[in-house]
Design a protein around this ligand. Sequence first.
Ligand code: MSP
Length: 667
Amino acid sequence: MEENTFYVTTPIYYVNAKPHLGHAYTTLVADTLKKFKRQRGVDAFFLTGTDEHGINIERAAEAKGLPVSRHVDQVVDEFKAAFARLGIEYDRWIRTSDPHHEESVQKLWRILDERGYIYKGSYEGWFCAYCNEFKDVDEREAVTDDRGPMCPIHEQPLDRIAEESYFFKLSAFQQPLLDLYESRPGFVQPDVRRNEVISFVSGGLKDLSLSRVSVKWGIPVPDDPSHTIYVWFDAVTNYISALGWGNHRYQDFDKYWPAFHMVGKDILRFHAVYWPAFLIGAGIELPRMVFVHGMLLRGGQKMGKTLGNAIQLDVLHRYFTNDQIRYYLLREVAFGQDGEVTYQGLIDRSNSDLADGLGNLASRTLTMIRNYFRGAAPRPWGDQNADAADVTLQIIETKRRFDREFDALNFSRALEAAWAGIARVDKFISDKQPWNLAKDPSSRPELESVLATAYEALRHLVLLVAPALPVTSREIWSQMGLAGDPLRLDPNEARWGEPLDASPIDRISPAFPKLDKEKTMTEIENETAVEGAKQQESAAEQQAISVAPESAAPPTAQVITIDDFVKVELRAATVLEAEKVPKADKLLRLVIDLGEAQPRQILAGIAQHYSPEDVVGRKIIVVANLAPRKLRGLESNGMLLAASVGEDGRPVLATFSEDVPNGARLK
Ligand code: MSP
């Protein structure tokens, strides 16, 4: 690696379906990090791309009735268009079907083979085509239903495989990997993921099946083309093939490697165990870090195609700008943890932080400068009064904190710091009331000082937040009369009060639209009701599940969208204890096992029809995310489901006809 370079990668995306917000997430974060580094003068290189081989892609093409290569080209174009639409500026796009990539993969294979880490054997077992991973059914990695063993992540039947296969001697790497995690604690981050990996590797490593004879769409094994190379071996090699390792297409490996990998927690093992093992085996320098982020959730579940609950990018773009989307994801979801994303949350953040926060500070400051100083921004000079000096100090401290948090990938906290700076300047303006100072000519010096401080603070803050708001920071910058591109100016080189070559302020327009929440939500709900149904349909198709509609179902009073439904968390539970609540003839107090660390207490109005003995040990269905309520001084943490039957509304408990584990979610 040359000095002052930074190489950031995202996972490469499967081309079995069009991109959704979950895919955009890692890519947007990596793009923001690249912009941050480049703004600070670092030669940052950002790689993303597509993972195009494997049985799942073969099947997706088959379902569309297209030759595989046509199908992958189409989906790659969709990914590229989606990322361009989001304002993502990658430096290189790698496709695993690129000839130079194939060359590198075969080269890595040959090296490992020559070093004695690859041998031929035969494999018999279960495989998830969606994870592209062998599943150990005996070790309960898979759950079983009437279609046979299922993948617990994708809820799809596993494929049974029995064929000749080459193997990688992963078992030989247990100690080297443990030594790696020990000697470089920052190699896998955050710590919770590092610990997960250490515990997995400590449990022992089995050799890894590294080729398939039954999959045709893949890279042939060198000297044995009846086998194709295991897709994950093929895929992780992208991080070096894209720089020209093992091929002659590029010469960037020495300059940029080792990489800073950003991956979702769903693919931790491949990046933190297999990939370093391949590299150690081949004698190639290891990555700088594997940073593992959490999942974007909807209704408590991972957003994705298989579950049909993804936020679609075309819907988002109809209502929100790129900067609103980028800012929301960075600010709302603590990077490294799972985070629920909702349209409501996006509207709220956009209105409060962007329109009312930064946007309002910019327009009020610039409007006053235009009105009171004919657009010529006054500059801070000499001795400031105590309040202005305090604002100055706080903004300088904000800059330090922002960089510290950003470097530690705490994007949310970095932005929180910037917004505390915005709030400080806002308060300063409200306290000083420049509109009153402007009425009195003798207050002119103070008016000048207040607006000079506000303008200067705004200048530093806009530079700071530019990687997170690339479009609007440019817009505000130009409304401020400032030349150049804020994304190309290092905030740490901007000095407080330095002379500026600014042109007069004349064109002022709100940088962020204020959204009418109710109207926007109604429009989105109408649109996503159709979209959600389509997604559910295609997810159901994919899962080959068909649920026959109940005949004679009574008409429903109100139609709700899938968004409404996923808010309700229905789960299976077992009643552990039950007793009557004194002086309440309808209420039973139940202690239930919801599969959580601790049992929960709920109160149920069923005492006139069920005795405590009737319900203990029964499997019930509970609304698990209902806000706690107090009844007769007792807290109820959830609500059980029962049909209301007959004229007196007799409750009949909802249950299952088959065994279901506690905590299982109903969808
Ligand atoms: N092709 C493999 C990765 C190979 S990398 C050498 C793959 N592809 S994927 O398209 O299924 O997912 C790639 C990544 O997309 C995930 O790891 C994650 O970074 C991102 N996400 C997909 N859905 C997501 C969410 N719901 N939330 C956050 N990130 C998500 O796995």
